[in-house]
Design a protein around this ligand. Structure first.
Ligand code: NAP
Ligand code: NAG
Ligand code: NAG
Length: 325
C-alpha cells in the first residue's frame, strides 16, 4: 500500500516528463511575436532571481515595465537587479524580500508593496520548488503545497484589489501562474492536502501544480462574473534546464545531464510563454486558459472539475485565514 502510494505518483510524473521530452524532440520553442512596449506598467515576478523568473523579469523590463522581483535571497536579488540593469533595459527593476514558505512573510510583502502606492498590471506567480524531501513550513504546511500553491493563492488575493483597479477594458491586468505538465499527473487529496498520511515528493509536486490550474479557472470565473478587468492564465514552460532539478535522485540526475543538454529548453525559451501571456497583444482580454509553447492547450480533465475548484478555493481561504469573497 505504502509502495503504491509512493510509486504511482513517481511513475506518473516521469511518464509526464517523457511525453514532454518527446514533444520537445520534434518541436522547436515557439518564436515570440513583437511585443508592445509596456512603459508605465508595473509587474511583480516571484522567484525572479534565477531561472525562468529571471528571464521573465529581464524581458518585461526590456519592454519598459517597472519590475519588482520577489524572492527570499536578498543577495541573489540584488545580483539579479544588477544583471538586468547592466543589460541596459528601459524599465526599472528592484527587489523586495518575500519568503513564500511563510504566510506572514507573504502578508508583509503585500503590505510593503501596498505602501509604495504603485499600480499593479502583471503578477507572475513563478517561484517554485520540486521534489524536496518531506518538510514542513513554519505554519505547518507541506513544503510544495505552501511554496508553489498556497502562498501564491494568498499573494494573489491580497493584491487582487490593486490588480482590479489597475486594469481597464481593453487593457486588463494579467495574472500568470507558472504551472507544469506534471499537473497532468496530479491528484488533489482534499482530505490530506499536506500529505501527512503518506508522503511522496512526486505526488506533492504534481498536486501543487494541479492546484494552480484549478485556481486559475476558478478565479477567472469570479473575475468575469464581477466584470473586473483582470485576466488569469496558467502557463506550462515545458522542460527547462534550471536549478529546479537539483533535488532529483542521483541516478535520475546522471541520466538528466546529457538529456538536458539536447532536449531541455533554455530558461529564456522556457520563460517565453509566460512573457507572451503577460505582454502580448494577442492575449488582451484572454483568461482562464492553459498555455503551452505559446498555444492554448487542454489541461487535465481533473482541472476542469468545477466542484473541486470550488472546494479547493474554500479550503485555501480557510488555511490562509481569508474571508471567502
Ligand atoms: N524547469 C522546468 O522544467 C519547469 C517545468 C515546469 C514548470 N516549472 C515551474 O517554473 C517555475 C520556475 O522554475 P525554474 O525552473 O525557473 O526554477 P529555479 O531556477 O529553481 O527558480 C525557482 C525560483 O523560486 C524562488 N524560490 C524558491 N524558494 C523560495 C522561497 N521560499 N521564497 C521565495 N522564492 C523562492 C527561487 O528564488 P531564490 O533563489 O531567491 O530562492 C528561484 O528564483 C516553478 O514554479 C517551476 O515549478 C519548471
Ligand atoms: C529560500 O527558500 C528555499 C526553499 O525554497 C531555502 O532552501 C533557502 O534556504 C531559502 N533562503 C534563505 C536565505 O532563507
Ligand atoms: C494562480 O491564479 C489564481 C487565479 O487564477 C490565483 O487565485 C492564485 O492565487 C494564483 N496562484 C495560485 C498558486 O493558484
Amino acid at each position: 500500500m505504502w509502495l503504491l502510494k509512493v510509486l504511482v505518483p513517481l511513475v506518473r510524473l516521469y511518464l509526464c516528463g517523457m511525453k514532454v521530452l518527446l514533444y520537445q524532440l520534434f518541436n522547436r520553442s515557439f518564436p515570440l511575436p513583437v511585443l508592445p512596449k509596456q512603459n508605465g506598467r508595473v509587474a511583480i515576478v516571484t522567484g525572479g532571481t534565477r531561472g525562468m523568473g529571471l528571464e521573465t523579469a529581464r524581458h518585461l523590463a526590456s519592454l519598459g515595465m517597472h519590475v519588482i522581483i520577489a524572492g527570499n535571497e536578498t543577495e541573489e536579488g540584488a545580483a539579479a537587479v544588477r544583471k538586468i540593469h547592466e543589460d541596459g533595459c528601459e524599465g526599472k527593476v528592484e527587489f523586495i524580500f518575500v519568503d513564500l514558505t511563510s504566510l506572514k512573510s507573504v502578508q508583509q510583502f503585500a503590505q510593503t508593496f501596498r505602501a509604495r502606492g504603485l499600480p499593479l498590471h502583471v503578477l507572475v506567480n513563478n517561484a517554485g520548488t520540486m521534489l524536496v524531501p518531506e518538510r514542513q513550513t513554519v505554519d505547518g504546511f507541506e513544503f510544495h503545497f505552501c511554496l508553489n500553491y498556497l502562498s501564491h493563492f494568498l499573494l494573489t488575493n491580497l493584491l487582487l484589489d490593486i490588480l482590479k483597479r489597475s486594469g481597464r477594458r481593453g487593457c486588463c491586468s494579467r495574472i500568470v501562474n507558472m504551472s507544469s505538465a506534471t499537473h497532468y499527473a496530479g491528484v488533489m487529496d482534499m482530505e490530506d492536502l499536506n500529505r501527512r498520511m503518506c508522503y511522496s515528493s512526486h505526488g506533492a509536486y504534481s498536486q501543487s501544480k494541479l492546484g494552480l490550474v484549478l485556481f486559475t479557472y476558478y478565479l477567472q470565473e469570479q473575475l468575469t462574473a464581477g466584470g473586473f478587468p483582470v485576466t488569469v492564465n496558467a502557463v506550462d514552460p515545458g522542460m527547462v534546464d534550471t536549478a529546479l532539478y537539483d533535488n532529483l535522485w542521483t541516478l535520475a540526475q546522471m541520466l538528466k545531464k546529457p538529456v538536458a543538454k539536447t532536449l531541455f529548453r533554455t530558461p529564456a525559451e522556457g520563460a517565453s510563454t509566460a512573457v507572451y501571456t503577460a505582454a502580448a497583444s494577442e492575449m488582451e482580454g484572454v483568461g482562464g486558459c492553459y498555455l503551452y509553447n505559446g498555444q492554448k492547450t487542454q489541461s487535465s480533465d481533473l482541472s476542469y472539475d468545477s466542484e473541486l475548484q470550488a472546494e479547493l478555493w474554500k479550503k485555501s481561504c480557510e488555511l490562509v485565514g481569508l474571508q471567502e469573497a
